[in-house]
Design a protein around this ligand. Structure first.
Ligand SMILES: C[S@@+](CC[C@H](N)C(=O)[O-])C[C@H]1O[C@@H](n2cnc3c(N)ncnc32)[C@H](O)[C@@H]1O
Length: 293
């Protein structure tokens, strides 16, 4: 889990925001227009993100192509934000981002957040650093989210939400992107149970998870390198789910699945026809679900 005391690097949240910053600055067109991500980086990472050569040479420098995993991350966030836009048009006024890390939705989407309260759930150390970075940023955030500091492994999501103005009787969207792979199965299950009890009928949950399906040798090699990198940042990948097991879990805790997509489906939805060939290349699934009424 994230550690305190190293302001230039704090676990996968920092890596994720660096990827989004480079993507926003250099991808043409970006899947997510997230230039606020740049402002949340420490000075060294910000200089790297702005340097087109540094981004272009990632594979030679690190012997690893971050494109397939960053495409999955950024495509998943776009998928979540599209759901939020739909929900806001339909009158939903609460958005909970689980494992938000350095998510910038609230900071850049004042156009929606004047009608939407945003709650960000993540580890307290990560949130403390994020607050510092926002305070130092060379821009004023559109809206500040309400921070809900918890450790999914040891603290209760329900109690965390109850300590805020979140209203369980009102509809909400909850997103949980790019985080479940870093959690134990028991922590994921416990949080889903606490969540479903606090989501009003017709609310939506959108999430992604790493799937346990037969891999090609190329995928196996890629995932091994990725595991080595995230382990170094203090957050190893802890869970991989068989799709039928994740469906059974959601059913058991009380969610109905509306849509269950593969990374190829995500690719077809957002990445088709790109000149740069960017597309999600890590075996994963995305789900939209609703609490069963
Ligand atoms: C890969 S980052 C993704 C962040 C953000 N959702 C995104 O897509 O950019 C994973 C996030 O999960 C959070 N996380 C991992 N384990 C956690 C735990 N046990 N409790 C709270 N947050 C955790 C990390 O702090 C980090 O912000």
């Amino acid at each position: 889990m994230a550690k305190t005391g190293n302001a230039e690097s704090l676990g996968t949240a920092e890596g994720a925001v660096l990827g989004r910053a480079s993507h926003a600055l250099h991808a043409d067109p970006p899947i997510l227009d997230d230039t606020w991500a740049v402002l949340l980086l420490g000075p060294e990472s910000q200089a790297r993100a702005r340097d087109p050569e540094y981004s272009a040479n990632a594979i030679e420098r690190e012997g690893f192509d971050p494109g397939p995993v960053f495409a999955l991350n950024v495509g998943s966030l776009r998928y979540a934000e599209d759901e939020v836009e739909r929900a806001v048009r339909d009158g939903v006024d609460q958005y909970v981002i689980l494992g938000a890390g350095f998510d910038t939705f609230a900071l850049r989407r004042g156009d929606l957040c004047d009608r939407l309260r945003v709650y960000e759930v993540d580890h307290p150390d990560v949130q403390a650093l994020k607050r510092e970075r926002i305070a130092l940023a060379d821009a004023t955030p559109d809206v500040m989210p309400t921070f809900v500091p918890i450790d999914f492994e040891t603290t209760s999501l329900g109690e965390g939400l109850e300590a805020t103005a979140f209203e369980p009787k009102r509809r909400c969207v909850v997103s949980w992107m790019n985080t479940i792979p870093y959690l134990t199965e028991s922590a994921t299950e416990a949080s889903l149970r606490e969540l479903v009890a606090r989501m009003a009928p017709a609310s939506r949950l959108v999430l992604n998870y790493a799937c346990d399906v037969p891999f090609t040798d190329e995928q196996l090699g890629y995932l091994k390198t990725l595991q080595g990198m995230v382990k170094q940042s203090g957050e190893p990948l802890r869970s991989r789910w068989k799709p039928e097991a994740f469906e059974a879990l959601l059913d058991d805790v009380g969610f109905s699945i509306i849509e269950h997509l593969t990374e190829q489906d995500l690719s077809r939805r957002y990445f088709e026809g790109r000149a740069d060939g960017l597309k999600p290349g890590v075996p994963a699934r995305l789900i939209t679900a609703a609490p069963r009424s």
